[in-house]
Design a protein around this ligand. Structure first.
Ligand code: 4NP
Length: 155
């Protein structure tokens, strides 16, 4: 059984599709499964935002085959680790958790890079391409650390 990791943001079209693509690119596909979801339902079925697709492409990643879906309480059973992009995503996901074990699967993605500081990945949706470039850099740094830890723990 692969280790399963879920990336969560609000719309599942800007930040978590990038987080999914970046982390998946750093892990062997036979041992790890990475997915993403949004707490909101506005963009279900949509491709990632063109600006996320572009920054991914600039960095050699193809995220065009992803489709937005909404986070479901079933994801607590399905996934081993759930990483949220900001504190509002954290509150939404934690609200749906029924047990302490479920809650303990959830953490802020930038806590890999800045342990215990609960720093948000800023929502780039209403900004320009450079906001997406910055989000890519943050996610790439934090996923380097996360991938290293996951590989150490599960090999
Ligand atoms: P994401 O960005 O949560 O990183 O996918 C957003 C996408 C859409 C909206 C907000 C944030 N929206 O309000 O439609």
């Amino acid at each position: 059984m692969p280790v399963k990791i879920l990336m969560v943001c609000l719309g599942n079209i800007c930040r978590s599709p990038l987080a999914e693509g970046i982390l998946a690119s750093k892990l062997p596909v036979d041992k790890f499964f990475v997915d993403s979801a949004g707490t909101g339902n506005y963009h279900i079925g949509k491709q990632p935002d063109q600006r996320s697709i572009l920054v991914a492409q600039k960095n050699g990643l193809d995220i065009t085959r992803q489709k937005a879906r909404q986070f479901s309480p079933k994801d607590f059973d399905e996934f081993d680790y759930i990483y949220v992009m900001d504190s509002s995503n954290y509150d939404h996901v934690i609200e749906l958790a029924k047990t302490e074990a479920q809650k303990s699967k959830v953490d802020m993605i930038l806590n890999q890079l800045f342990p215990g500081e609960n720093v948000d990945v800023p929502d780039p949706y209403y900004g320009l391409q450079n906001g997406f470039d910055m989000v890519y850099e943050m996610l790439n740094e934090t996923c380097d650390i996360l991938a290293r830890k996951l590989l150490e723990k599960h090999s």
